[in-house]
Design a protein around this ligand. Structure first.
Ligand SMILES: N[C@@H](CCC(=O)N[C@@H](CS)C(=O)NCC(=O)O)C(=O)O
Length: 326
């Protein structure tokens, strides 16, 4: 754990002393967009045209934000167009590493670097800020396109359609306005809510995260008792963004992050919905529970000082989901 300051690595855990024990997620800095014709996207600069073989993802299988991008790579048939490297699950004082030695960790196939931060300094020798996954890398220009998962999934949703012929749309025009507030609530109270609970260093900060987290899960349970997917009968990015937190919930957030008012499996609709999304063609292969369990329990020394990785729970994501009737 640490961050880059003018290209130099500074070690240190999150400082919650100035925020009353609250964990505040910093905003991301690389915000360009791949587009079909290379024109600029909603943020950043242009010049990142969708081309086969040009782009590369650095991901952690453990990370729910990186997981979104892997899911979209699958759903949109981008495996042959966008290559991937997977970091080691242990994120210690050097930050994410590209070391091998854990099944599934690939090393760095582009540069042979040892640390993910060297990918950031390869793009900008004076880079400052957190070194996070996912990173979308442009092999042609030798720079980072984006390290913002919410935007990477929108690029993947459409930028390569002309090359792949896959026009499945997870961010349909007619639902965009309705998706936004759903995403916002889920991001704040669930995706990031579990982190706010888990990294809180005061009771007040923990309470302030746990209450809205479970209020939102109750709201989602009711919504999913009447709708097959969050936005009705079509699966959208809102579902995939929620899925990556739900699939980790009982293994890491319930125990390690103390989000333990209830388990995912205690919510019949949310649990069946999670199983349906898990069973979606291609998706199960993006879920690596060994990386998930190892990363959280082993890396967060302040939360789990002895780094013991618990044995369970046993979860059967392949059990029939029975949601066809909705
Ligand atoms: N806004 C980013 C957040 C990504 C993020 O926070 N990733 C975590 C892993 S789950 C990370 O790399 N953390 C490293 C750090 O905070 O130093 C996104 O959604 O892409």
């Amino acid at each position: 754990m640490g961050e880059l300051v003018d290209g130099e690595w500074h070690k240190g855990w999150y400082d919650t002393s100035k925020t009353g024990g609250e964990f505040r997620r910093t905003t991301t800095t690389w915000r360009n967009w791949i587009t079909a014709d290379g024109s600029a996207g909603p943020s950043g600069k242009g010049g990142f045209k969708a081309e086969p073989g040009r782009y590369h993802l650095y991901v952690a299988y453990a990370c729910p934000w990186a997981h979104r991008t892997l899911i979209f790579r699958k759903l949109k048939g981008l495996e042959r167009l966008v290559s991937v490297d997977v970091v080691h699950p242990d994120m210690l004082e050097e930050g994410w590493t590209l070391e091998t030695g854990f099944a599934g960790s690939t090393g760095d196939s582009l540069f042979g670097k040892r640390y993910l931060r060297e990918i950031y300094t390869e793009a900008d020798p004076k880079a400052s800020g957190k070194v996070t996954v996912p990173v979308l890398w442009d092999k042609q220009r030798g720079t980072i396109v984006s390290n913002e998962s919410a935007e990477i999934i929108r690029m993947f949703n459409s930028a390569f359609d002309g090359l792949t012929g896959n026009t499945d749309d997870h961010w349909p025009e007619d639902l965009r306005e309705a998706i936004e507030p759903v995403n916002a609530r889920i991001y704040d109270t669930v995706n990031n809510g579990v982190y706010k609970a888990g990294f809180a260093t005061t009771q007040a900060a923990y309470d302030a995260a746990v209450e809205p987290l479970f209020a939102t899960l109750d709201w989602l349970e009711a919504r999913l008792s009447e709708n097959r997917y969050l936005m009705g009968d079509r699966v959208t990015e809102a579902d995939w963004r929620l899925f990556t937190t739900l699939v980790r919930f009982d293994t890491v957030y319930h125990g390690h992050f103390k989000c333990n008012r209830a388990r995912l499996v205690d919510y019949p609709n949310l649990w069946a919905y999670t199983r349906e999304l898990y069973q979606w063609p291609g998706v199960a292969s993006t879920v690596h529970m060994d990386h998930i369990a190892r990363h959280y329990h082993y890396s967060h020394e302040t939360v789990n000082p002895h780094r013991i990785v618990p044995a369970g729970p046993r979860l059967d994501f392949s059990a029939p989901h029975g949601r066809h009737h909705l």
